[in-house]
Write a protein that binds this ligand. Structure first.
Ligand SMILES: [Zn+2]
Length: 159
């Protein structure tokens, strides 16, 4: 089943002619880490050739949708939920990683393409429901983040 969400007249990269190129949503099922997961994938569709194309952006988004479906299925936070926790403290991706003592790039990966392990998932949940603990972690990371950011986060987490 395919659901058309957009149609635009332009050069079609599948048949290399100019025509109405559709953007469509398709329900897909894949196996990820031994789990069968269903998710909505987005493609460009050429009705001339009856073929689908994934742009660079769609490849990333479709992979994230698949992994988020997996996370929901096994009870891990989705990328969106991780973003919400970070936004709650108004912390940057890099600094959130530093505060949790994971190195600079981990949160960016979790929000974009990598599924977190259970231990890290627990830490993320703890930082969500326990602002006092988050404050302690923040104090420990004081040397690793800018003073200006520290003051801002401290204020945010204290509220
Ligand atoms: Zn075409």
């Amino acid at each position: 089943m395919m659901n058309k969400i957009k149609s635009e007249k332009r050069l079609c990269l599948i048949c290399m002619e100019e025509h109405e190129v559709d953007t469509v949503e398709v329900m897909e099922t894949e196996f990820f880490k031994d789990e069968e997961v269903s998710f909505t994938a987005t493609y460009e569709y050429c009705s001339n050739a009856d073929e689908y194309l994934e742009t660079e952006e769609m490849i990333k988004a479709n992979s994230l949708a698949m992994k988020d479906s997996y996370r929901e299925k096994v009870g891990l936070l989705t990328s969106g939920e991780i973003i919400e926790i970070r936004k709650k403290y108004d912390v940057s991706q890099k600094d959130f990683s530093e505060i949790l003592d994971w190195g600079r790039a981990i949160i960016t990966r979790y929000e974009n393409h990598q599924v977190q392990d259970r231990a890290h998932d627990d830490v993320l949940r703890k930082s969500d429901y326990d602002p006092k603990w988050f404050l302690e972690m923040l104090k420990r990371a004081k040397e690793r983040i800018s003073n200006k950011a520290f003051v801002k986060y401290y204020h945010e987490a204290s509220e």
